[in-house]
Write a protein that binds this ligand. Structure first.
Ligand SMILES: Nc1nc2c(ncn2[C@@H]2O[C@H](COP(=O)(O)OP(=O)(O)OP(=O)(O)O)[C@@H](O)[C@H]2O)c(=O)[nH]1
Ligand SMILES: [Mg+2]
Length: 440
């Protein structure tokens, strides 16, 4: 992997959160990391993986009493020499220690993500694991945390690497025959490679065909509340969040902007959006609000269509292009309705039906985002690369020319390699020499 960052520098950064806290952790990584301990803590030969209680000084000036840990390369987060200083978490202490580090030769503040970047470059983890770590840090709900941990532990990396290894193997076989054009590939071997490719295509397609469950869990499940003005959408968002999120009024057309609320529902992240009431109007601002409402509904994972049977108007014409399987129809103002038909009836006024609505929403969340046996695809980046991989594999299947077939497999493997950040060239050579004994 190429890096625009200078890997020979020793980098340092505050790794714990900003602000005042009992303890703050400064992480230092690079070949001179140990110099920080020698210069600031007077520790000439720190013990590996041992918590030293030290007095940090800049010259004669005492900065703090802190804990210092040394992780000798390659057994550290980045794979380089790493020092962690657990200092007291106040601004003056932090600033003074950072200042003392900044004047050490070849030390510089780390760029965003640079520790993880070095860890990937040094083979401590692959890109999906690094991204899993990022997701773990950003996880706000229990289910997000569980998914991120799995990814950080290499569940996706293993899957993609296994696929790539199979491909590299078949490709290496074909390449060997390119180098010996006088020999023909045995037909049973050709069949075997074809079967491999077909099986790989169906495995990848099954992985891709996941209704974006992993991405929804990572990014949050979007629910849009839509319906005619005065249907009670704003009342419903307030009832569901138990907060005064949106203004409720008898005036039709009260809500104009999309109003969003973030919720943790059984460990699933949910973004609930209240929208402008849908109706034909000549009013410019309301029109814009309605445009945004329809757009929000089109992007949503679940559309709650709220119907007010006490009103004659309908919003169906606005909803006709939306996917019907995403629409949950709910009748509001059950307290005013005497002739209820079959359907989902609620009243935001009396609370009738709200627990049932929650139950329904939770079952949808579980069905669409619940963590299954195999790890779900979590990023659009992986989806793009996997689609590219399948396209190349499909071409390879129909390609009679062995050189071109090998090239398709190479590009398919490269697409997978882009996901994990591994480079395939050296490995390809390894496989060729190990399995095919070229030159014998
Ligand atoms: N009786 C009764 N009134 C309700 C119920 N839900 C909402 N309302 C009333 O209906 C009116 C409109 O409610 P809102 O929540 O503002 O409706 P809205 O769909 O957000 O309307 P717009 O923002 O104009 O699109 C208010 O006067 C609410 O008090 C209900 O379940 N029963
Ligand atoms: Mg409203």
């Amino acid at each position: 992997m190429e890096s625009a960052y200078n890997m020979t520098d020793t980098i340092y950064a505050l790794s714990s959160g900003h602000g005042i806290g009992g303890v703050a952790v400064i992480r230092i990584s690079g070949k001179n990391a140990i110099k920080a301990l020698q210069k600031l803590a007077g520790l000439q030969a720190p013990k590996n993986r041992y918590a030293h209680y030290v007095c940090l000084k800049n010259g004669n000036r005492i900065l703090d009493h802190s804990l210092a840990l040394y992780f000798k390369a390659p057994n550290s987060f980045t794979g380089e020499d790493v020092v962690e200083l657990q200092i007291h978490g106040g601004r003056a202490v932090l600033n003074s220690v950072m200042q003392a580090l900044s004047i050490l030769p070849d030390f510089r503040p780390a760029e965003a993500g640079e520790f993880s970047r070095r860890a990937v470059i040094n083979g401590k983890m692959d890109l999906t694991e690094a991204e899993g770590l990022m997701d773990l840090i950003h996880a706000t709900t229990e289910q997000q945390q569980a998914q991120a941990l799995r990814q950080m532990d290499g569940d996706l990396a293993k899957l993609y690497e296994e696929w790539r290894a199979h491909l590299v193997h078949d490709m290496a076989y074909l390449e060997a025959f390119i180098d010996f054009p006088e020999e023909d590939i045995p037909p049973e071997k050709q069949d075997e490679i074809k079967t491999h490719i077909q099986s790989l295509i169906s495995q990848i397609e099954a992985h891709l065909n996941d209704e974006k469950r992993g991405q929804k869990l990572r990014e949050g499940f979007q629910i849009a509340l839509v319906g005619v003005p005065n249907a009670g959408k704003s009342s419903l968002i307030n009832a569901l969040t138990k907060k005064e999120v949106a203004i409720v009024s008898t005036t039709a057309g009260t809500t104009r902007d999309v109003v969003e609320a973030y919720l943790d529902v059984d460990g699933f992240p949910v973004i609930l959006a209240d929208t402008a009431g849908l109706r034909e109007t000549g009013e410019e601002i309301e029109q814009e609000g309605i445009r945004r409402a329809v757009k929000k509904a089109a992007e949503a994972d679940l559309i709650i269509h709220l119907i007010d049977q006490t009103q004659p108007t309908s919003s169906d014409s606005f909803l006709k292009d939306l996917p019907t399987d995403k629409i949950l129809t709910v009748y509001n103002k059950a307290d005013l309705i005497t002739n209820a038909q079959n359907g989902f009836y609620i009243s935001t006024k009396t609370g009738q039906g709200i627990p049932e609505l929650w139950k329904k929403i939770k079952s949808i969340l579980q069905a669409q985002m619940g963590i299954g046996q195999t790890m779900a695809l979590t990023r659009e980046r992986y989806r793009v690369a996997l689609n590219e991989c399948v396209a190349q594999l499909s071409q390879a299947l129909n390609q009679p020319e062995i050189e071109l077939k090998a090239e398709n497999l190479r590009l398919a493997a490269r697409a997978l390699g882009r996901i994990t950040g591994r480079v395939e060239a050296d490995e390809l050579l390894d496989v060729i020499f190990r399995d095919f004994c070229i030159g014998k």
